[in-house]
Design a protein around this ligand. Structure first.
Ligand SMILES: NC(=O)c1ccc[n+]([C@@H]2O[C@H](COP(=O)([O-])OP(=O)(O)OC[C@H]3O[C@@H](n4cnc5c(N)ncnc54)[C@H](O)[C@@H]3O)[C@@H](O)[C@H]2O)c1
Length: 437
């Protein structure tokens, strides 16, 4: 990859389009609106709170990322999107119950002005939701054209310089990759033939990238990572990334597992269970949607622990993940992990983690960072898979044939080195302190 000769300035307004404006989308938008009025903090966001060391440790140069990397400012963001329900974003925020009503008061008017556009929706992909705000077009080709038209209108009406899209919609039912996803020509023919294997998220992803809009996938269902999307992204010189925001239990897993592995502590079993009562939990109550989630959640340990390199430590590990829909908890998910480990001479020990988290509070800053970094990538002339954004995902996309990097600390190192490289600073290798293979 060539270093960008010039990163275009982040001037003008940046539109952030969300296919899916539920709890995560609303919490991201409300939080950003509050932060730009100085009424809320952006904790959890690397672009707003993170620092980056530049030069040698003796240089004592660790500026804030946003002070040295040319990111769009929060003031310049304009929000829009699509949803199955027509509620404006104030109503969505109240119903989601993540933020307190009194906290939303100062931004009520701004939130009320944001109304989701009608959605592309096929019931078989999200069985537990019943929509009343869907596009009238009947054919899949016409739906893709309608989404492109929405993007152009959103850009014109808001006088935007650039647009990015982050999928914050429900988890769609698990499907395997089919013939129609293998190439752009096959996908376009399948659009014309109304092929049932084309899901709503794939139509949004196709429409966005066709319009040169960077597309990030926050859910576990397949869209950005399909072979035809790689071709499309190359053709339109547009960045794509995914998939499934890394929050909650999987975030913990990718923090703890690298530590155990670094100390050559064995793991016999890792049992994870959650209760979750928001709409996401309701959607995941359907086994086909849960299957999409299960796949991304189960994948992370393998590439961190490398059982093929350490068969005695990790070769016989049992890994289980459960999610139960439990309405009384709403967005306040509770997760339990039991980790059966063993050490010196094989003596067994246990670790218990009980995480009382808030799902959308953890996910919202990821949406902000992805919007700003995907826009940065495009202005730097980078296109296709943005592997340096693996930090944000449970199941990061990689170039074909490579395994994903799931260790949070390696992911962070990759991300920061990419930022250093983009602005012509020396990369930091931590040479002499490496413990990873
Ligand atoms: N909150 C987290 O920590 C977290 C972590 C990882 C992934 N996710 C994923 O992020 C997504 C959003 O989570 P959430 O808690 O906001 O869920 P949510 O149910 O509150 O919101 C999802 C919204 O998507 C809409 N939707 C579904 N299909 C659509 C379509 N075809 N077009 C337009 N809108 C559509 C629904 O109407 C709903 O309002 C889910 O897929 C979830 O699995 C969330």
């Amino acid at each position: 990859m060539e270093r960008p000769r010039k990163i275009q300035e982040a001037k003008g307004k940046l539109g952030v389009l969300l296919p899916g404006m539920g709890a995560v989308g609303a919490t991201f938008i409300a939080g950003t609106l509050l932060a730009r009025r100085g009424l809320g903090s952006t904790f959890g966001s690397l672009t707003q709170e993170g620092t980056i060391r530049l030069g040698k440790r003796t240089d004592h140069r660790s500026p804030k990322i946003r002070d040295v990397i040319p990111l769009a400012s929060l003031e310049d963001l304009v929000f829009g999107g699509w949803d199955l329900f027509p509620d404006d974003l104030y109503e969505v925020s109240i119903k989601a119950g993540v933020l307190k009503r009194e906290e939303l008061e100062p931004i009520e008017e701004e939130l009320r002005a944001i109304k989701p556009m009608p959605a592309v929706f096929f019931q078989e992909y999200v069985k537990n939701l019943h929509s009343d705000n869907i596009k009238p077009e009947r054919s899949k080709r016409a739906l893709a054209e309608a989404v492109k038209e929405d993007i152009r209108r959103f850009k014109d009406e808001n006088d935007l310089d650039r647009v990015v899209a982050i999928w914050c919609g429900s988890t769609e039912a698990h499907h395997e990759i089919s013939e129609c996803h293998q190439s752009l020509a096959a996908f376009e023919a399948a659009l014309d033939a109304d092929e049932p294997e084309i899901s709503p998220s794939q139509i949004y992803a196709y429409a966005c990238v066709s319009e040169g809009v960077p597309y990030a996938n926050g859910a576990p269902n397949m869209s950005a990572e399909l072979p035809f999307m790689l071709e499309l992204a190359r053709e339109h010189r547009t960045p794509i990334s995914g998939k499934d925001f890394k929050t909650g239990q999987t975030l913990m897993k990718t923090i703890i597992a690298p530590g155990l592995r670094a100390r050559a502590i064995g793991i016999r079993g890792w049992y994870s269970t959650n209760i979750l009562g928001n709409r996401d939990g309701e959607v995941l109550d359907d086994p086909s949607s849960f299957r999409s989630k299960e796949v991304t959640k189960l994948g992370v340990l393998e590439t961190i622990l490398n059982p093929h390199l350490h068969p005695k430590l990790y070769g016989e590990m049992h890994h289980r993940v459960r999610i139960d829909y439990y309405p009384p908890r709403g967005d306040e998910k509770e997760g339990w992990d039991n980790i059966d480990i063993f050490g010196w001479l094989g003596y067994p020990m246990q670790i218990k983690i009980n995480f009382l988290c808030r799902d959308s509070i953890l996910a919202a800053p990821l949406v902000l960072d992805l919007a700003l970094f995907m826009d940065l990538a495009q202005r730097a002339g980078m296109s296709g898979i943005q592997e340096w954004l693996s930090f944000y995902y449970k199941s990061p996309m990689t170039a074909p044939g490579l395994y994903p990097e799931n260790d949070l600390f390696v992911q962070l190192m990759k991300l920061k080195n990419m930022l250093r490289w983009m602005i012509g600073e020396e990369l930091i290798t931590h040479l002499g302190h490496e413990y990873y293979d």
